[in-house]
Design a protein. Structure first.
Length: 106
């Protein structure tokens, strides 16, 4: 996201306008989504269900470089999912309904 994240999206964190704006970039967000983060690498590979909470400094990372090969996949969060502060959801991940992650303090 780079500069677009800092200039266009960062000031929308925590507001209902951030999911609306990300829909314009190709992401799929359900209703009632709370987002206190803007770290999404490929917008069109993200699907977030209704009433999810994506907390501060969380990341939906849809690609990685492994052994000099770029691997890209989708991230799908079901209904009512809570992604903890500082957590990263990697590519090719489906998180079931009402699951919650918590970042370890270690």
């Amino acid at each position: 996201m780079g500069l677009a994240g800092k200039v266009l999206l960062e000031h929308l964190r925590g507001t209902p306008f951030l999911p609306w704006m990300l829909r314009l970039f190709g992401s799929h967000f359900g209703k009632g989504v709370f987002m206190d983060m803007t770290d999404i690498t490929e917008f069109d590979c993200v699907r977030v269900g209704d009433y999810c909470a994506l907390n501060a400094v969380a990341a939906l990372q849809t690609h990685l470089y492994e052994d000099r090969v770029m691997k890209v996949g989708r991230v799908h969060l079901g209904t009512g999912v809570a992604v903890g502060a500082g957590s990263t959801v990697l590519y090719d991940t489906f998180v079931g309904d009402y699951a919650a992650s918590a970042r370890s303090p270690w």
